[in-house]
Design a protein around this ligand. Structure first.
Ligand code: NAD
Length: 475
């Protein structure tokens, strides 16, 4: 049993102002795996006050001083990677190979990227008689989700630190363990007191109090559309910057000239990674209509090959994060069936042989219409929908016919054609034939949000441009 009952405020592990705890459930066993404290508004006041006090000195530190801290964080993180991976498996059910693999790798990748970007980031630029400086915004509230917990924490905390901000991190209540270890990493690395603070607790209390707080200058939220909207409303009276990284319903376009079976299989397997709980998942697979039967056969085989079970074991897919999430996924599978989509793999209920735990079946619907609920709403589970298109224009039209605009995928044999299709997608990020880059800005348009994280663009979220205008030189 894990017990994480203290918060990290002003460089110290402190007790809550008013003791209140919540159990953390292991989604694979449905049993209590530990306990955390839930912060109150009084704790938010303490954390924000500490971050506010620390801002003046931290914002004046040099690039070299911050680099030194980031490198110390990198070294401490490396020492704790195994523990972080195990915590992620326990808290949100990622298979050990994923928790100890891509999950911790994403965290390490964002730390390394922040170090690289900080080495050369332009904090100043002269334009004529004006000196433009990029100043830290101030106290940042960083509110993160449970689905890729270390990725989302690292991609906010490191750029915020690197650009001279102070912060309060509010990790998700469902996945609090990895965040706690991350806070220990920062403490060990010697982050000056008050620069980084962490409160565990609910969104409704801690997240809302941070969003409304007059001394918080920026809120960065990664989460659902509904919560992103709520935070923007709560933050509005204080005119702070709100960076939203929200949901998606991204199209994965397989072009006719692609290595078809391999691409459909890859897209199907990809959808099931992390039990489909990935904001940028290619959850709408677009294939030429005339090749629907081929796509169904390939997707069926790929879905059947996804092993599901105890995430501590050697499986490809663990449970979804919670009972609520399980019920949501089941609800969408039922809706898909009712709306007349063709169920070709998986379906309702748990996979055979699993009577406990929030396990879902890797599910594929084919011959889906883009106006069906399962093609429009983010399911956030292992459910892929396959939609047929007539030609490339039609594929682009379907891809863009979405309230979301986070990601896109284009796979095909002709690189120039893939790029041409990718240019036409109304999303913030498109991966072509599996492309991946830690330096590439990541974020959405439309209801997927307004933020850009990762690489140099991730730094721009945390700085304000200031003009220092000197007299123009005499002509
Ligand atoms: P969520 O919106 O329920 O919660 C996200 C965070 O917001 C949590 O820390 C939660 O406690 C907090 N919160 C909840 N209510 C709040 C309120 N009223 N005020 C302030 N904070 C509040 O999301 P989730 O279920 O944790 O994560 C899944 C969602 O996140 C999906 O929609 C997914 O697409 C999205 N997501 C987006 C990205 C991206 O980069 N665009 C990445 C990962 C996940």
């Amino acid at each position: 049993m894990r017990e994480y009952l203290k918060f990290y405020i002003d460089g110290q592990w402190v007790d809550p102002t008013t003791p209140k705890t919540a159990d953390v459930i292991n989604p694979a066993t449905e049993e209590v795996s530990g306990r955390i404290s839930l912060a109150s508004v009084a704790d938010v006041e303490k954390a924000v006050a500490a971050a506010h006090r620390a801002f003046a000195p931290w914002s004046q530190t040099t690039r070299e001083q911050r680099l030194e801290l980031l490198q110390a964080i990198q070294a401490e993180y490396a020492k704790r990677e195994k523990e972080i991976g195990e915590a992620i498996t326990e808290e949100m059910g990622a298979p050990a190979s994923l928790g100890g693999g891509f999950h911790i790798g994403l965290g390490a990748g964002h730390i390394a990227t922040a170090i690289e970007v900080l080495k050369t980031f332009k904090f100043e630029e002269r334009r004529g008689n004006t000196l433009l400086t990029k100043d830290p915004i101030g106290v940042c509230a960083l509110i993160t989700p449970w689905n890729w917990p270390m990725n989302q924490i690292a991609v906010k905390v490191l750029p915020a630190l690197a650009t001279g901000n102070t912060m309060v991190l509010k990790p998700p209540q469902l996945a609090p363990y990895s965040a706690q270890i991350f806070a220990e990493v920062l403490d060990k690395a010697g982050v000056p007191k008050g620069v980084f603070n962490m409160l565990q607790g609910s969104g409704a209390v801690v997240g809302a109090a941070l969003s409304a707080h007059p001394r918080v200058d920026l809120v960065s939220i990664t989460g659902s559309e509904a919560v992103g909207v709520e935070i923007a409303k709560t933050a509005a009276p204080t005119v702070k910057r709100v960076c939203q990284e929200l949901g998606g319903k991204s199209a994965f376009i397989v072009l006719d000239d692609a290595n078809f079976v391999a691409n459909v299989a890859g897209a199907t397997g990809g959808m099931m990674i992390n039990s489909g709980q990935t904001c940028s998942a290619g959850s709408r697979l677009l294939v030429p209509k005339k090749r629907m039967a081929e796509a169904i056969a390939a997707a069926k085989e790929a879905a059947a090959a996804v092993s599901v079970g105890d995430p501590k074991g050697n499986v490809a897919m663990g449970p979804v994060v919670s009972k609520n999430q399980y019920n949501e996924v089941q609800r969408y599978i039922e809706i898909g069936i009712q709306e007349g989509a063709e169920l070709v793999a998986g379906g309702p209920g748990r996979p055979d042989g699993l009577s406990k735990g929030y396990f879902c079946k890797p599910t594929v619907f084919a011959n889906v219409r883009n106006d069906m609920t399962i093609a429009r709403e983010e399911i956030f589970g292992p459910v892929l929908v396959i939609i047929g298109y007539d030609d490339i224009d039609h594929a682009v039209e379907i891809a863009n016919d979405s309230d979301f605009g986070l990601a896109g995928y284009v796979n095909g044999a002709d690189a120039a054609q893939c790029l041409a299709v990718a240019r036409r997608l109304r999303t913030g990020w498109v991966s072509i034939n599996g492309g991946f880059d830690f330096m590439a800005p990541f974020g959405g348009i439309k209801r997927s949000g307004n933020g850009r994280e990762w690489g140099e663009h991730g730094f721009h979220e945390y700085v304000e441009t200031k003009s220092l205008i000197e007299p123009a030189p005499a002509a």
